[in-house]
Design a protein around this ligand. Structure first.
Ligand SMILES: [Fe+2]
Ligand SMILES: [Fe+2]
Length: 179
């Protein structure tokens, strides 16, 4: 298998989850209130899965290895663009989290901020994913030998196996704050 295999499997789940998240702004606007649990779930999905687990493997393993190669100008700038897009997604997600916390404390003006940021991310992810699946991943695979790709797949698995422990370490910290 190639490193893009597991990344593309993750893309499919991200697409499905963000398609559902994309329905939230409409209900916020028509009902004048937000389902706080649904919004926190979207934030958790993006932070833990799309960003930490998925972008994590892209940036910390795949892009790191690509950084060691003599990339063409096109591929170098595309990789920078993808990293910049990850950063934007992270900022928008932080914006949702901040807004939902304020909304929970009674600040209803935050509803629009929640809706605007979710709308943005629901539109952002399919475009970002298409750029990776259709252009960046297939084109940049040519820089690697089969052994290098196998090595990245092993690292992907190690990376993933740490995620559940990291996640529940954070859940424990959250519990400590709340009890
Ligand atoms: Fe990405
Ligand atoms: Fe991706």
């Amino acid at each position: 298998m190639k490193p893009r295999g597991p990344l593309m499997v993750e893309h499919r789940l991200i697409e499905k989850a963000l398609a559902l998240a994309g329905k939230i702004p409409e209900s916020i606007r028509s009902e004048g209130k937000a389902d706080i649990y649904a919004v926190y779930t979207v934030v958790d999905f993006i932070k833990t899965y799309a960003d930490r687990t998925h972008h994590g493997k892209e940036e910390d393993i795949l892009f790191r290895e690509l950084g060691k190669k003599q990339l063409s100008g096109r591929h170098k700038s595309m990789m920078q663009e993808l990293i910049e897009e990850h950063r934007t997604a992270r900022q928008k997600t932080a914006g949702i989290l901040e807004a939902v916390r304020a909304y929970e404390s009674g600040d209803t003006a935050q509803l629009e901020t929640i809706a605007v940021n979710i709308d943005f991310l629901a539109g952002f992810y399919p475009a970002h994913i298409a750029k990776e699946d259709d252009i960046f991943f297939p084109e940049t695979e040519n820089y690697f030998s089969a052994a290098e790709m196998d090595g990245m797949l092993v690292e992907f698995r190690e990376f993933d196996s740490a995620m559940i422990h990291e996640k529940y370490g954070k859940v424990y910290e959250l519990l400590k704050e709340r009890t």
